[in-house]
Design a protein around this ligand. Structure first.
Ligand code: GLN
Length: 548
């Protein structure tokens, strides 16, 4: 049997961070997938953290959770959304994880008495992981995003791994450099020099880019293409213009227009196959079509951190809302409200009336909680469609316990260990983890099954009896209170198969047009071509309110 060639495309960044390396990686994968290739994506993050789970969202943006429970960078979410696939944890690599496994192997005598050294053993471990990810996905092409910017000390060992792969299999490895071309306002002219320097820096790591993706506010002209070609030693047809676009979903289409897919296939010596990007183009048209708005308020707390980009902390929630709105021909208008503003001003609460729907996303700790509870009470009493995700579900249960069941001191152990009614309590196995300061990767993480109650809003939305959704939490609805909550009218419409864990709560349609909370994070499974049914049901209810 002829061994199938496995091809690798490394996407590296030059000049500065934040120019869209993640979206470039996702888009490259998308255009190759649209040509019928089996593609997967991997992300390398150069930090020491073993996973992204212990980082504050204001540091790092959203922690994206995979089916198998690994806590990763938001780029993994972009890959899953663009490719409409599920990725395993082997596709996510951090310096911490690589070192941890090399050290574990050394302790287990796996290196057979050899001296274990940073080079080659660290790059070899990286290569092993990338090959495993490729095999596991059965991928013909693996697109690997190398985090950070070339020239940084931190990612040099990963570039070394890529260089070693290229030397061993020159025809199977391609390099894409995402460079940035600034247009200084005083000059009014696009400058190529920073990208030239970035390529030179990459050269000093022994790597020559095959393709340059030229990110800028504007399209690249012929003169600059030629300049980059001369100074970076890359053919003009391998320099791809990537101007800012209104919609990130147009990027794959733009890449195809510039023949990036053909250039990559020819670099990797792969035979061209016919492109089919029909569904994606249709989705792109829906995004751009003029449509009536649906106004959603997102009430959270990670809103007050200097120059931190808010949308980063909730990217999957934002995307999930958008996909469901587009699918229903509505323009999603999302407004961010800081829950702290609702803590003591009643008049502020009344501004919530303007919205068609209110969403409280996941969160941790006590800050902003009382404000969120007031917002939830307002949504319940004023019949505004409400969707609560994880903490947003736990707090909705607490609000109901306090104000409907009458357990005034109902609380969660997360913020008040001494409360009389711990309606939200820590899970037994979690207690051990917390006692031992064992915080990393120990929450209830990843996909778990959930059985739906017939006839409920959730059951109708999913149109299935059983679903699997991704979790990330330490606390749970305390089983001891379930009966009292149910007697007062709360419905637990989703439970773990053994019935012990409350996964979805809702109010009956006779009481409220849409009041749903999920212990899991449905946003992680929302894809552009496959909007999430619960978000869709929420948007439908919001649309109804908006048209009144
Ligand atoms: N803080 C809550 C818990 O740990 C909710 C977590 C979340 O919203 N992701 O259970």
């Amino acid at each position: 049997m002829i061994k199938k060639a496995r091809k690798y495309i490394f996407v590296v960044g030059g000049v500065l961070s934040g120019v869209g390396k993640g979206i470039t990686t996702s888009s490259i994968a998308k255009i190759l997938q649209s040509r019928g290739f089996k593609v997967t994506c991997a992300k390398i993050d150069p930090y020491i953290n073993v996973d992204a789970g212990t980082m504050n969202p204001t540091e790092h943006g959203e922690v994206f959770v995979l089916d198998d429970g690994y806590e990763t960078d938001q780029d993994m979410g972009n890959y899953e959304r663009f490719l409409d696939v599920t990725l395993p944890s082997i596709n996510y690599i951090t310096t911490g994880r690589v070192y941890q496994s090399v050290i574990d192997k050394e302790r287990a005598l796996k290196y057979k008495g050899k001296c274990v050294e940073v080079v080659p053993h660290i790059p070899l471990e990286v290569i092993e992981r990338l090959e495993k990810a490729t095999r596991k996905a059965g991928a013909e092409i693996t697109v690997v995003e190398v985090g950070g910017t070339v020239g940084e000390y931190q990612n040099i060992l990963f570039l070394e791994a890529a260089r070693m792969m290229k030397i061993n299999n020159p025809g199977d490895v391609a390099f894409v450099m995402v460079g940035f071309l600034p247009v200084p306002s005083k000059l009014g002219e696009m400058k190529t020099k920073p990208t030239q320097y970035a390529v030179r820096t990459l050269n000093s790591a022994g790597i020559q880019p095959d393709i340059i993706v030229a990110r800028s506010g504007y399209p690249l002209d012929k003169k600059r293409k030629e300049k980059l070609s001369t100074f970076c030693n890359v053919r003009t047809e391998d320099i791809i213009s990537a101007p800012d676009l209104d919609s990130i979903y147009d990027i794959p289409v733009n890449f195809i227009r510039d023949k990036l897919d053909q250039r990559l296939l020819s670099t990797l010596d792969l035979k061209s196959r016919k492109t089919n990007l029909q569904d994606w183009r249709t989705f792109g048209r829906k995004v751009k079509a003029k449509k009536r708005p649906v106004n959603i308020a997102i009430v959270g707390k990670y809103f007050d951190s200097g120059d931190f980009v808010l949308s980063d902390a909730y990217i999957s929630v934002i995307e999930a809302l958008k996909y469901s709105a587009y699918a229903q021909n509505r323009e999603p208008v999302l407004t961010w409200l800081n829950s702290k503003n609702f803590e003591d001003d009643k008049k502020v609460l009344d501004t919530l009336k303007e919205y068609d729907g209110i969403l409280v996303p996941g969160g941790f700790g006590s800050s902003g909680v009382e404000g969120k509870m007031k917002v939830i009470k307002y949504a319940r009493e004023n019949k505004i469609p409400y969707l609560g995700l994880c903490y947003g579900m736990q707090l909705a249960v607490l609000e109901f316990a306090r104000n409907v069941v009458g357990l005034r001191s109902a609380s969660t152990r997360e913020i008040d260990t001494k409360a009389k009614h711990l309606v939200i309590d820590v899970m037994a196995d979690q207690e051990e983890a917390l006692d031992g300061d064992n915080y990393g990767g120990t929450m209830r993480l990843g996909a778990y099954p959930c059985v739906l109650k017939r006839g409920s809003i959730a059951h109708q939305a999913y149109d299935r009896n059983r679903v699997k959704e991704r979790h990330r939490h330490r606390y749970e609805v305390n089983e001891e209170y379930v009966e009292r909550l149910e007697e007062a009218g709360l419905i637990f419409s989703g439970k773990s198969p053994d019935g012990s864990l409350m996964e979805i709560m809702e109010l009956p349609l006779s009481e409220h047009p849409f009041f749903v909370g999920t212990q899991f994070h449905p946003e992680f499974l929302a894809h552009p071509l496959n909007p999430h049914p619960l978000f869709t049901a929420f948007i439908k209810a919001a649309k109804k309110r908006g048209s009144k």
